[in-house]
Design a protein. Sequence first.
Length: 291
Amino acid sequence: MADRVAAVPRALLDRTMAPMVPATLFMVLLFIYPFLYGLLLSFTPQHGDWLANYRKFFTADNLWPTIWTTMRLALPVTLINVGLALPIAFKMRSKTRYQRFVTTVLVIPVSLGTVMIAEGMLTYFGPKGWLAQIVGVLHLYDGRIHLTHNYWGVMISLVISGFPFAFLLILSYITGIDPALARAAATLGAGRSAQFRHIYLPLLAPGLAMCFCLAFVQSFTVFPSAVLLGAPAGPTRVISIAAYEAAFEQYDYSLASAIAMVMGFVQLLVITVVLASRSLFYRGPAVGGKG
């Protein structure tokens, strides 16, 4: 009898652990193994000692500045996307007949992808696009409109493709906060700004930090927009282009892996700072979810 009783928890444990084995194997094959392979490859350069690739990256004038170039694009775009998405999502936190329509429309840029968005921008915002023709016909501006093949073209493309993602993510977080908390604060005399500052913002801090990290990673890994809408040999030569050139133009896969490792380290550094700053908004066990 005792053996049967002891066998019940063991059977439940085996049943619980069974789905975790394929998931762990999936993580190892899809993420951990490629990372370890790329890390080891970065320390096996074609010439020189084991740190030759990293030394070359931080001493070459056409490689290390790509970090700053990418940060100049990724940080402003992330701040714009999250900064615009937060007030709009807060305004649409209660369900209305327009909420589903707006969310459906915002999914379209995400489904199109960066390449289709870039082609559309070339058609509408290019030197001979519809915008330039309309402005010329109406005599609103006599010069040439430069919204493509420069820094601003890449930024606009990243905002168009990244804003829906940030908005839908923040909307999912903010609709999960119980509105009874705000109503309780209103009965104590708190206005809308006070409710947002003392209730919604602290409870949204973990979600905003996660949204910022995901949006930043999405913007930092920009490649198609920088090539199609920017100047790959000039102001929009981001770090992903440097890795591509090392791998497929110089056929130096070891250097490309080292550039990718630097790219990942910079992203990890920013994410660590953002996640560490969450504690500045709220500390405590209380949960504001519905239900």
